[in-house]
Write a protein that binds this ligand. Structure first.
Ligand SMILES: O=C(O)c1ccc[n+]([C@@H]2O[C@H](COP(=O)([O-])O)[C@@H](O)[C@H]2O)c1
Ligand SMILES: Cc1cc2nc[nH]c2cc1C
Length: 355
């Protein structure tokens, strides 16, 4: 199996003329300049990325990537690993937060199962069987993934981007589910940003202070182990060292969407780390990303800073699943409706600002 071309080739850059056209329209609409605040920027960004005068987010694909983590052997999560597989059934049965949000938004929801320790019933609706292994390896002892597994996960992400393109999706949302994945995400982020894991590690699903300290110590010694390897410190080596399958697939989906000119709305902590991997690997991916929300996971802000991102919402959410991104979609829709529907000063006969 080879790496997807979206991973090995820089994406095309969005056409600057559509951003300029949209910015001009915003300044001609019947409102004091800038008075719709960041709703104006969102509309301009979507118009530019979609290459249109009339941006819209009616057709949305949400892909939730799911995988288990060998690092759970170190006691780094407040929940048992069995929850990962149980939540796949919950996604399929419509009971998870992202299931409800996707239905409410009229978005297409798919769940990509990259491998769980507990069994998942076959044939669940909307669940794609993309199992690589029951879980990643315990990265306290060895690299979480083989190169072949990284490649497989990137391809599964790219395939989700292709499905989004085939449906004419105007926006892609990636979500994550995997008990233990905040430990993987924090190890990746600490390595790529050269930050002390003590500063980035947080409670995830609900560790107490002693648990967070233990989790940070696990990450610190794993990073030391990896630093002693000869594998290098680039995004691919770091991804392979710390996992997980769903984070690698998310990075592949983000790169795959950029390659197919689909804007991506980035969710919380884990998806932002996947975005950091993708952008570290290929900086030209960055223009294709919008940032939905600031997760309550304490390390998120440093990742947003590294990506030069200012998210739209700060609701104290820290669920994952793509839920924070889904919660921001109504704002994107309002921004588009204002952009497309408001009258200009000229059309409405409203006087412009005094000179
Ligand atoms: O996305 C976030 O901001 C976020 C922050 C904390 C936890 N999560 C979710 O919680 C799970 C990982 O938490 P943990 O404590 O098991 O590492 C995983 O399924 C994530 O989707 C997600
Ligand atoms: C119940 C539950 C739901 C989740 N959704 C994403 N991560 C999760 C973690 C838990 C524990």
């Amino acid at each position: 199996m080879s790496f997807p071309s979206s991973w090995t080739t820089a994406p095309q850059q969005p056409d600057a003329r559509f951003f300029e056209q949209a910015a001009q329209r915003q300044s001609a609409l019947t409102k004091p300049s800038g008075s719709l605040g960041r709703l104006e920027n969102v509309a301009v960004q979507l118009a530019g990325l979609q290459g249109t005068k009339t941006p819209a987010v009616d057709q949305i694909q949400i892909s939730v990537f799911v995988g288990d983590h060998g690092i759970c052997e170190e006691g780094v999560s407040a929940y048992p690993q069995a929850v990962t597989a149980q939540m796949i059934a919950n996604f399929a049965n419509g009971g998870a937060a992202i299931s409800v949000l996707a239905k409410s938004l009229g978005a297409d929801l798919e769940v990509v199962n990259l491998g769980t320790v507990s069994d998942v019933a076959p044939g669940l609706p909307g669940v794609i069987d993309a199992r690589i292994a029951p879980c990643t390896r315990n990265f306290a002892a060895t690299d979480a993934m083989t190169t072949e597994q990284v490649c497989a996960a990137l391809n599964h992400g790219d395939a989700a981007a292709q499905r989004a393109a085939d449906k004419g999706s105007q926006l892609f949302i990636g979500g994550d589910m995997g008990i233990g994945n905040t430990t993987s995400a924090t190890a990746i982020a600490s390595s790529l940003m050269g930050k002390n894991p003590m500063k980035l590690t947080g409670p995830g699903t609900g560790l107490d202070l002693a648990g967070v300290r233990h989790k940070a110590e696990v990450i610190i010694s794993a990073i030391q182990r990896h630093d002693n390897d000869d594998d290098g410190q680039d995004a691919m080596a770091v991804l392979k060292a710390f996992g997980g399958f769903e984070i690698a697939a998310l990075a592949g989906a983000i790169a795959g969407c950029a390659a197919r000119t689909i804007p991506v709305l980035i969710d919380g902590y884990i998806v932002s780390v996947a975005a950091l991997v993708a952008v570290s690997h290929q900086p030209d991916i960055r223009p294709w990303l919008l940032f939905a929300h600031r997760s309550a996971e304490p390390g998120h802000q440093a990742i947003l800073d590294a990506l030069n991102a200012e998210p739209l919402l700060d609701l104290g959410m820290h669920l994952g699943e793509g839920s924070g991104a889904a919660a921001a979609v109504p704002l994107l829709r309002i921004a588009c409706e204002l952009h497309n529907g408001m009258a200009s000063f000229e059309d409405a006969g409203v006087s412009t600002k005094k000179q």
